[in-house]
Design a protein around this ligand. Structure first.
Ligand code: SAH
Length: 458
């Protein structure tokens, strides 16, 4: 088979990156984007290797029962959503299978144990418009018009799209105003090829509970012309509550610069998850799907089953979301996180909520925890919660947790494969799997979060 050659294939499986998988004669395996299990499609080869190849969808010949019409007009071109061609039910099934199979195959968890502990994936009633944050690159299109949108999958060309269906409706209103202001005052968008032009990105955040809006323009310069005019357009009653710009003059893929200059408002917005308030500035980390985050951390709290007398560790605590959630039901919570700014936010958020029984440390969990344990060998720890990045927990952190011998462990994971690896380790070290609850925080994408509860074997 040569490049661009067309062929017919039926999709039988689905990769964890969101590609449909089908086989042609002699077991040759094809990976095809924008397809769904059960589709029969006409495809064109794009890359051919020895035993497998990649192809692009030319036409769906026979529709799978799991297929849905992608509501977004650029779903196939943009790199953001990989599952819009799938019904939401099928997406949840895909995520269930992914977590279940990883725990089975990588984690060596027996089928009987899984069938007893595995709970349905917590989905959303409305799997769109859930993101409270969006970053739009600004560019000029072929006709010279200023546009906002998204990078086409794996490239740096901008596809116009001001109304991403994962984001809030306000995004488009704000972008329209910013672009009109740029056109009116001759303010150029940044051009990656030449490194010239001013406006690189627009960051927009909305507090779902507070309704507050934040806008930050990322600019290739140290000052913003015609600021007052922009404030007049965007800010005030019913408008944007916090406006700033971020200086990024580097030729880099990193979006935000480190310096933030406030133009309007206090420099932050507030929002809450559950009954905890958070103060969010342009550089703060904040969970992007607040509705499902509440579900996820609610599950963590449920699995921890706190009575009020417990000492708790929250490893990889970020801005302390889980720590602060748990501190209301525990005697004492310790949090550790590697990014100093996140810990600064965590401390500030504790204060903002009048929480005095949470203590935070900056550093790597695998260094801070063993050191703390050495210095506090007598202090009983009842519950340890971890929420690591995709690579999972460092084994030194896990080994210390096992030494500390807490009654309960709660593992919040954004990668089922590393979760399974770590669950295997913990089961070998005297913990049993009690609860598994996947949560769909990133509808329309291949990502899935999982909350797992483990208990020390008596
Ligand atoms: N529960 C957090 C989010 C956790 S995301 C919240 O809601 O805010 C994972 C976090 O782990 C990130 O904040 C990341 O900076 C941090 N991290 C990564 N490696 C780490 C390490 N070795 N030790 C401690 N924290 C780490």
């Amino acid at each position: 088979m040569k490049k661009n050659e067309q062929f017919t294939v039926t999709i039988e499986d689905f990769s964890s990156e969101g590609l449909g998988i089908g086989k042609t004669d002699a077991g040759f395996v094809w990976f095809i984007k924008d397809t769904v299990i059960g589709d029969t499609v006409l495809a064109a080869a794009t890359k051919v290797k020895k035993n497998y190849g990649f192809a692009r969808l030319v036409k769906v010949l026979e529709k799978s029962e799991f297929r849905a019409e992608p509501p977004c007009p650029i779903a196939g071109k943009c790199g953001g959503c990989q599952l819009q061609q799938m019904s939401y039910e099928a997406q949840l099934q895909f995520k269930k299978d992914k977590v279940y199979n990883d725990l089975l195959r990588i984690g060596d968890v027996e089928k009987e144990v899984l069938d007893k502990t595995f709970e349905p994936v917590v989905g959303m009633t409305e799997p769109f418009r859930y993101r409270n944050k969006a970053q739009f690159p600004i560019a000029r299109n072929k006709d010279g018009r200023i546009i906002a949108g998204f990078y086409a999958g794996r490239t740096h060309s901008v596809i116009e799209c001001e109304d991403c269906l994962l984001g809030v409706k306000e995004n488009k209103i704000i972008l329209d105003k910013i672009i009109a202001w740029m056109e009116r005052y001759d303010i150029d968008p940044y051009d990656e090829a030449s490194g010239k032009g001013l406006v690189r990105h627009v960051l927009i955040r909305k507090g779902f509970k507070s309704g507050e809006l934040m806008v930050c323009l990322v600019i290739n310069g140290r000052s913003l012309p015609c600021k007052e005019e922009l404030v007049k357009e965007l800010c005030g009653k019913e408008g944007v509550d916090s406006l700033s710009f971020s200086v990024n003059t580097e030729r880099t893929n990193v979006i935000m610069g480190t310096q933030i200059v406030d133009i309007y408002g206090p420099g932050y917005i507030e929002d809450s998850i559950g009954n905890i308030k958070f103060r969010i500035s342009p550089l703060s980390f904040y969970q992007v799907n607040p509705v499902q985050t509440e579900q996820m951390y609610g599950a963590a709290l449920e699995f921890a089953d706190l009575k009020g007398t417990e000492n708790v560790w929250d490893l990889y605590c970020g801005i302390g979301t889980i720590s602060l959630f748990m501190s209301q039901k525990a005697k004492k919570v310790y949090g550790v996180e590697i990014i100093p700014e996140a810990i600064r936010d965590a401390k500030q958020n504790a204060e903002l909520n009048g929480i005095a029984n949470a203590e935070f440390y900056v550093g790597a969990a695998e260094e801070v925890l063993p050191e703390w344990y050495k210095q506090h060998p007598e202090e009983r720890i009842d519950v340890v919660c971890v929420d690591p990045p995709r690579k999972g927990c460092d084994e030194r952190a896990l080994a210390t947790i096992v030494d500390m011998a807490p009654e309960k462990l709660v593992y919040v994971s954004c990668d089922p494969a590393t979760l399974a690896r770590d669950v295997k380790y913990l089961r070998n070290q005297g913990y049993e799997l009690r609860r598994v609850r996947p949560v769909d925080n990133f509808c329309e994408t291949v990502h899935v979060e999982t909350v797992v509860g483990l208990q020390k074997v008596k």
